[in-house]
Design a protein around this ligand. Structure first.
Ligand code: HEC
Ligand code: HEC
Length: 364
C-alpha cells in the first residue's frame, strides 16, 4: 500500500550518511568486545548476556545480545520508560544464521548527552575470525537473504527513543530471565539502577493480548511513539505522531489503558475485523511503501500476523465465531454490509494505484 507522505521531509526513507562519531569507532569488532580474545569464543569480563521479552522480528535469524556497563557506573532510571546510560556503555547484538555469525551490531555511548551514541554494524569474514565495520551496510551478507543496515538506518529506529537502547528496559527485562542472563531484579541487586523499579511491570491481558501488545511495542514503538526526542536535521523513517505502540510502565493497568489501545484501535485497527485493519495489511505485506516496519525485514512474520488477527477479532469479545462478536452484531455480515465493506476496500485499492502511478510519472 502507498502511505500518505506527511512525515515532513519529502524523501523520508533516505537516511543520513555515516555520522562523524561512527568513523571514530574501530574498524574491526574485536577491540570493541564483546569477546575476551581474538579467537572470539569467550566473553570479555563484565560483558553480560540479556534477552528482551519481546523481540524485534529479524526474518527468523538467531540473535544474541550483551551489555557492558563501565565499572561503578549506574543507569539513570528516573524515567522508567527511557533509561539514560552512562558514557562508555557498550551494547552488542549478534546475528547468526544456521550457526554462522553474520554480523555484530554495536551501540556505544560516547558522552553524557542523550544523543551521544555511535551505532555501527560489523560483518563477519568468511573464516569467522573477525568482523569488519560496514558503515554502508551490506546486501545479502554471507550469501544469505540477510541485509546489514547502514549506520544511518540504525538511527531510524534507535534514535526514536531517548534511551537509544531499545531492548534493555524495565518492560523488556521484567519476568524470569534465562539462566546466566540479566533480568530486571538482577539490575536492582547489582545496583545498576539509580532508582530500582518499584515493581516488575506486568503486561495486561490474556496470552493473545500480551503477545500482540508486546509485538507492537518491540517492532513499532521506536518509530511510532509520542515522546520522540528532537533531532537536528531530518530523521529518516520518522512517522507522524498519531500512533503510539509503547508499553509504558505507568499505563499497564488494563489493555484499554495502553497507548496502543488508545491511539490505534478505531483507527489502524477496526474492532473485530482484521481484514479491514490497515495495521494487518501493513504487517502482512513486504515491499517498499507497503510494509511495516518499513526496513530491516523482508519476510512476513506469519505467527505474529496470526496472533494480531486473533487479537483484533477478539476486541469485541471473541466468542469463537466472527459474527458472534459485538461489533459484528452492530455490523452483521448481511449482503449489503459485505458489499459496503468490499467497496471500501476497492476504493482504497484504486486510490493506492492512482497515487503510485502519479509518483511514477513524476519520477520518470
Ligand atoms: C527496524 C528498526 C531497527 C534498526 C534499523 C536497527 N535496530 Fe537495533 N534494535 C532494534 C530493536 C527494536 C531492538 C530491541 C529488540 C531486539 O533486540 O530484538 C534492537 C536491539 C539492538 C541492540 C541491543 C541493545 C538494544 O537496543 O536493545 C543493539 C546493539 C542494536 N540493536 C544495534 C543496532 C545497530 C548498530 C543498527 C544499525 C546497523 C541497528 N541496531 C539497526 C531496532 C532496530
Ligand atoms: C523505522 C520506523 C518505523 C517503524 C519501525 C514502523 N513504522 Fe509504521 N510508519 C513509519 C513511517 C515513516 C510511516 C509513513 C509516514 C506516516 O504516515 O506517518 C509509517 C506509517 C504507518 C501506518 C500508516 C499511517 C497512515 O495512516 O497512513 C501504520 C498503520 C503503521 N505505520 C503501523 C506500523 C506498525 C504496526 C509497525 C510495527 C509492526 C510500524 N508501523 C513500524 C515508520 C515506521
Amino acid at each position: 500500500m502507498v502511505l500518505t507522505f506527511s512525515a515532513g521531509c519529502g524523501r523520508y526513507w533516505v537516511c543520513d550518511q555515516v555520522g562523524a562519531s561512527e568513523t571514530r569507532l574501530p574498524e574491526r569488532v574485536f577491540p570493541t568486545g564483546p569477546y575476551a580474545d581474538p579467537s572470539m569464543t569467550e566473553l570479555a569480563p563484565g560483558v553480560l548476556p540479556f534477552t528482551p521479552r519481546f523481540a524485534l522480528w529479524s526474518d527468523g535469524s538467531d540473535k544474541q545480545r550483551w551489555i557492558w556497563l563501565p565499572e561503578g557506573q549506574q543507569i539513570d532510571s528516573s524515567d522508567m520508560d527511557d533509561w539514560a546510560f552512562p558514557a562508555g556503555t557498550r551494547v552488542w547484538k549478534q546475528f547468526s544464521i544456521a550457526g554462522t555469525r553474520i554480523e555484530t551490531r554495536l551501540l556505544e555511548k560516547r558522552g553524557p548527552g542523550a544523543g551521544d551514541w555511535s551505532a555501527l554494524a560489523y560483518v563477519w569474514d568468511a573464516e569467522q575470525t573477525d568482523a569488519h565495520a560496514a558503515p554502508l551496510g551490506e546486501i545479502d551478507a554471507h550469501h544469505t537473504e540477510h541485509d546489514v543496515p547502514a549506520a544511518g538506518e540504525c538511527r531510524a529506529c534507535h534514535g526514536g527513543r531517548r534511551s537509544f537502547v531499545l531492548g534493555f528496559s524495565a518492560v523488556q527485562l521484567a519476568g524470569d530471565a534465562a539462566a546466566g542472563e540479566l533480568g530486571l531484579s538482577d539490575l536492582t541487586e547489582r545496583g545498576w539502577l539509580s532508582e530500582p523499579a518499584p515493581s516488575e511491570p506486568v503486561v495486561p491481558g490474556n496470552d493473545v493480548e500480551v503477545a500482540a501488545l508486546g509485538y507492537l511495542h518491540a517492532n513499532c514503538s521506536h518509530c511510532h511513539n509520542q515522546n520522540r526526542p528532537p533531532r537536528g536535521g531530518a530523521r529518516c523513517f520518522a512517522p507522524k505522531d498519531d500512533y503510539d505502540f509503547t508499553l509504558e510502565v505507568g499505563r499497564l493497568d488494563t489493555v484499554e489503558s495502553t497507548p496502543t489501545y488508545q491511539t490505534v484501535v478505531g483507527h489502524a485497527v477496526t474492532r473485530g475485523d482484521p481484514d479491514d485493519s490497515k495495521l494487518v495489511e501493513l504487517v502482512s505485506s513486504r515491499g517498499m511503501f507497503r510494509q511495516m516496519p518499513p526496513l530491516a525485514t523482508q519476510k512476513v512474520d506469519s505467527d505474529a500476523v496470526a496472533n494480531l488477527r486473533r487479537w483484533i477479532e477478539g476486541l469485541c469479545g471473541f466468542l469463537g465465531r466472527r459474527w458472534a462478536s459485538c461489533c459484528s452484531w452492530l455490523d452483521p455480515p448481511t449482503r449489503s454490509n459485505l458489499r459496503r465493506r468490499s467497496s471500501r476496500r476497492e476504493q482504497r485499492e484504486s486510490r493506492r494505484w492512482r497515487t503510485w502511478a502519479s509518483r511514477r510519472r513524476r519520477s520518470l
